[in-house]
Design a protein around this ligand. Sequence first.
Ligand SMILES: NC(=O)c1ccc[n+]([C@@H]2O[C@H](COP(=O)([O-])OP(=O)(O)OC[C@H]3O[C@@H](n4cnc5c(N)ncnc54)[C@H](OP(=O)(O)O)[C@@H]3O)[C@@H](O)[C@H]2O)c1
Length: 224
Amino acid sequence: MNILITGSNRGIGLEVAKQLGERGNRVFITARNESDRLKTVEVLNNIGINCRGFLLDLSSMESIDTFISSFDEDIDVLINNAGVHLKGSPSNMEKTVLMDSFGVNIMGPWYLTSRLIPKLSKSKNPKIINVTSGAGAITSQHHSPIPFSAYRITKLAINEYTKMLSKELPSWKINAVCPGWVRTRMGGENANSTVEEGADTITWLVEENQETGNFYRFRRVIPW
Ligand SMILES: NC(=O)c1ccc[n+]([C@@H]2O[C@H](COP(=O)([O-])OP(=O)(O)OC[C@H]3O[C@@H](n4cnc5c(N)ncnc54)[C@H](OP(=O)(O)O)[C@@H]3O)[C@@H](O)[C@H]2O)c1
């Protein structure tokens, strides 16, 4: 399979690229700057993975348009993994936090996905996996910390987007994944899952034909 993974120069995205690449898939990674793009491709090539790297900043519609015009590959799977987790409460919010959170966590993936639908349509078994979070589950909105309100709302939005898209394209496999609390720069060193465990449900959904329109964590369906 040909698989595009956003935000894959580090963290869960890089581990997903490794796991899928090691199983013989062709992976396309994205990074925001040239040095990360080159370094990531080198790391993956050095372990025998068939990979290409592209520049993409999801907070910029212009960057998404530039990426689309340079992306000359067909894909079977799109993994919307890139994300930001920024502080700001409902009553005390910086403009940049709102712009970045909505840009990277929902507007960018939405626009990117819509531009990639024609390529995905050519696949025999197209899949879209949105890496979201339990913090965006409507059933847990009253329990997660208020300082990350923009994160929660944008992950709630991409969960809803996942459901809507899966209804619009019912023959595709379109799902959301919460990776758990994972030891990455975002999750911090006290998180209880390794990056390998965080990537596992995402790679499992790529390789297995599960139902569409669900929200998964640790290979199980969880409530939206
Ligand atoms: N870690 C957790 O505990 C946890 C829990 C629940 C959900 N998640 C979700 O899992 C996904 C991956 O998280 P992670 O823990 O691997 O985070 P991470 O280590 O912070 O990595 C985030 C990735 O997103 C990229 N990114 C950030 N801003 C971007 C932008 N404007 N355009 C394109 N790429 C951008 C980063 O690139 P740069 O290196 O250029 O910044 C990096 O590659 C996220 O969607 C996150 O919300 C994580």
